[in-house]
Design a protein around this ligand. Sequence first.
Ligand code: GLA
Length: 757
Amino acid sequence: MKKLFTLTGFFSLLWIISCNYTNKPNLCTLDTPWKFKTGDDLSWATTAFDDLSWGTIDPKSVWEDQGYKGYNGFAWYRYKTLIRSTLRDQKRVTDSLQIRLGKIDDCDQVFLNGKLIGENGRVIYGEMNTSGDFIKTHGRWNLERRYVLAQDDPRIQWDKENLIAVRSYDHGGPGGMFGKTFEISLTGLRDYLKIDLAATPFIFSGDTLVTKEFSMINLTGTEHFKGELVVEAVMCDNDIRIFSDRSLIDLAPHSKVDKSFSYKTNVSSPALLHVTFKEATTREEISEIVEVPYILTPESPATPRINGARVFGVRPWSPFLYKVAATGHPPLKFRASDLPEGLVINPENGLITGSLKKKGEYVVKLTVENQLGYADRDLKIMVGDLISLTPPMGWNSWNCWGLSVSDKKVRQSADAMKSSGLIEHGWSYINIDDGWEDTHDKDGNILANSKFPDMPGLCNYVHSLGLKIGIYSSPGPKTCGGYEGSYGFEAKDAMNYATWGIDYLKYDWCSYGKIAPDPTVEQMKRPYQEMKHALRKANRDIHYSLCQYGMGDVWTWGAVVDGNSWRTTGDIEDTWESMSSIGFSQWTCSSSAAPGRWNDPDMLVVGWVGWGPYLHYTRLTPNEQYTHITLWSLLAAPLLIGCDLNRLDAFTMNLLANDEVLAVNQDPLGKQALRVRKTDDYEVWARDLGDGSKAVGLFNNTEKLLYIPVEMHDLQLDGKWSMRDLWTQSELGKVRTHFEMKTRPHGARMVKLSQPD
Ligand code: GLA
């Protein structure tokens, strides 16, 4: 009888071993299906509850993809697993058990054997209050969940069945668990000893010298780590090791060692940097591999070159402000022949100002000259109803400074836009996002808060540099950041903006959701119509940027409410998942883009970002950043730099100052690229350009090097075409039926196909 019991015990033990110990005794993966149910009941956290009737779900993707489309609200996940003591067969710093649960959208509470072990997340509108105190202070949907317990924590049942229960709440959009890493392990060397390569970017000096600083950080207060540090740089194209360095490292508890190295290379050739630490006593290793950025954009020539938009829209009587963007060895002299009456050009800085009274079209010949030569080009001025005939290019405060934006930071950004030279590549807006507002005064005038003591002065300052300035508000009573919105004050606000000299308004739905919960498309249009009328009465050309995350397929009606651009998605983050899922989803709205009417897949996440006040260098790899800028240029997307312009490194400048890439974004035909081929591994997008040529982007969605084939019939091109690489600005020869391009992991290639002369 006793034996029988043991056998039954053995089989039931087998049945509950749902986690997979792989071939590593110290790691148990939790990525097999979990039990799942929508709804909310705290008894679902307990081991006594029987979840036999529940369905199952893959934790690696959100519930929307698994039969729960459109579901928002609470849902529970449950997973039973044996936690074996073999997990402890590790060598160093094994004091804690950690449970990694991928990411959870939006927020979660996690229970182990019925006891709460941690929680993360926030819900903006406060619905969570109705269900107890489950409300936090930070948006955490994209945060890797890692719950850590001391080894001797009584909530852990060693060598027995354990129940992990996750109570999740989704406020809107995709919901629930997703991500890559679902596992139980003991903490180890890699959790306490960090190789921090992200703190500073790579520095390039000239065409050949690469310098990198990084740190080794000992996070424990008890352990002393000694060992060997090996740093190697290996070329991606031929696996040749171009740099190798070994050194001894001695890290006392809670200490940091800064390292720096330099090597000579060709900065346009991609390489990988391997950093490995070999711990002396146990020989355990931890390592990091990162892509070394590589610079493809050639230096601008010393002879003059005219950049930026070739077509400019203005309304009759509105103040005209167009800066001729031009590179070349200074000093440059600017001229414009056939300027219509009412306009003048400043020969020193290329600013065209004035105003035009009548509707009509004018072609102006621009000339820029220096001691080495001259360049000329036509500018078409269209005086009519439509403005923003090419997508706006500029900077916005949100992705770097968040709500910590201030007058000083805006002025510094404007200064940097000029001093970095970006202004000479066509970048022209300096946009203040949320965080500037105070209240409306007794006469209904919107007041700026103490961080912005002089709005008209700030506008004047930005204009004096040849730049334009933008602002932010919400049609609701409050903005997303909780500041004063425009609800009930639309006409007054528009008038105030115009009087200050504002050129761009981002109008963000946010708390309007309280006024129109569950809105119909007609209700979605209403507040945007209202502000449209207000702006039109203000007699200033203010780019009208709708921000309501694509609700009600805004691209099908954004033009009706006079939007010049409309956000098509939720907020972007500096991760591959966020950037690529937003960018590659834009095929749905391609046909709606036209001059003056742009789909907006959100702002750029290159350089130092962070949503303020603390910044970090973008988590996108260099190849992912090439994808980002290539795709946004093909998409005819507004290009709003989201980083601190005062900390532009050489690689970021290389991304933002490639005039041939930017010319695709600014192409006067205003056609958004279409996706012409998609496989599991790659996508090809193509865009018709005004001069009869085609811009084509090849995108590698895998983590391996790929040779991406392109069929000319997919591009609807016959005959012989000349192909130019836009990033390197070099000719690639002729092509007839197909071509193939080596494309790096998560990277992109961008070419232009033109009819040979
Ligand atoms: C929303 C928008 C962001 C930003 C913030 C400001 O989240 O989508 O781009 O404007 O509001 O609070």
